[in-house]
Write a protein that binds this ligand. Structure first.
Ligand code: DAH
Length: 343
């Protein structure tokens, strides 16, 4: 019968020594668990003489209740202490300065490309992106470029495979996309084709990979005046409200007549400075009326339809717009340079 008192004392000693809720739980199991000491006492009832059993049972139950209460009380004390220590250890100091996150920005080339797409989309142009790996047919032959034209030379063009018309190359101009569009779509056509182009070129104003933006309009009664009017709007939006444009005769195999388009120099306002080499004008793009042969190559009747096309270097526009003097700055990705183009 003394067992209950011994057990009660033992339990009290061990429970009050338990430092955390885990240790306390272990002590609780040692006494009240299925293999615990109190449970063992209950099981031993069958060995007790029948007349003593009720009193014995009562005593054990009283012990169990007492221990359960005691453990519950200790548990709430230990849990409270643990919560308090966690709260003080994990406390946030809301007055500490936050971590600074750097805000990214669009690359100047992407920026200018987006501005151009916005501008021309507003005039009803649809965007078409052609493949970067082209055949010689699309990049040169269909564009009326003679077989012996120097642009086809290996010194200018990166060939993937070399030989006849169906050999692959990295496109040297987005003009190749004009053919793909005209082969698949009948006039009226009004497309804009931005993308990467590749040439074996490398100096302060040329890079082996750069971006172009091609424009093509084909419909009935399209004239050079339409081209000039539209490019005037382009120059005013991209550079400034009072930018003027002029067309100079030029030559491209795929246009007839061909023109080079100049804008008045934004740096000196047309008076002449080092940027425009004293001329007051800066060349920004090539353009012209689509050559009859090119229309024919795409199954469009040149007696019924006419069109104009233009192609500009996006890096060149970005360099003029932001006053950048070396094209390499646009591919080196030096953050100190790129950071300047946020707004
Ligand atoms: N493809 C020419 C180049 O890379 C630019 C160009 C000139 C495109 C005249 C045109 C055009 O569409 O009509 O230099």
């Amino acid at each position: 019968m003394n067992d209950t008192e011994i057990i009660a004392r033992e339990a009290e000693e061990e429970a009050s020594a338990a430092q955390d809720s885990r240790a306390l739980y272990e002590v609780k199991m040692k006494f009240l668990g299925r293999a615990g000491k109190v449970t063992a006492l209950l099981k031993s009832m069958k060995d007790v003489a029948a007349e003593e059993r009720p009193a014995f049972g009562k005593k054990i139950n009283a012990l169990r209740e007492k221990l359960e209460e005691r453990f519950a009380a200790l548990e709430s004390v230990v849990k409270k202490r643990e919560l308090e220590s966690r709260l003080s250890e994990e406390r946030l100091d809301v007055t500490m300065p936050g971590r600074h996150r750097k805000q990214g920005a669009l690359h100047p080339v992407t920026r200018v490309k987006n501005q151009l797409v916005d501008l021309f989309a507003g005039m009803g142009f649809e965007v078409y992106e052609g493949p970067e790996i082209e055949t010689e047919y699309y990049d040169f032959t269909a564009l009326n470029t003679p077989a012996d034209h120097p642009a086809r030379d290996m010194q200018d063009t990166f060939y993937v495979t070399e030989g006849s018309d169906d050999n692959f190359l990295l496109r040297t101009q987005t003009s190749a996309g004009q053919i793909r569009v005209m082969e698949n779509k009948k006039p009226p056509i009004k497309i804009l084709s931005p993308g990467r182009v590749f040439r074996s070129d490398d100096d302060a104003t040329h890079s082996p990979m750069f971006h172009q933006m091609e424009g093509l309009v084909v419909d009935k009664n399209i004239t050079l005046c339409d081209l000039h009017g539209m490019l005037g709007e382009f120059a005013r939006v991209m550079f400034s409200e009072n930018t003027k444009t002029r067309l100079r005769p030029s030559y491209f195999p795929f246009t007839e007549p061909s023109v080079e388009v100049d804008v008045s120099c934004a740096s000196c306002g047309g008076k002449g400075c080092s940027l425009c080499k004293g001329t007051g004008w800066i060349e920004v793009l090539g353009a012209g009326m689509v050559n009859r042969n090119v229309l024919k190559n795409c199954g469009i009747d040149p007696d019924e339809y006419s069109g104009f096309a233009f192609g500009m270097g996006i890096e060149r526009i970005a360099m003029l717009k932001y006053g950048i003097n070396n094209i390499k700055l646009l591919t080196e990705n030096d953050v100190r340079f790129l950071e300047q183009f946020k707004d």
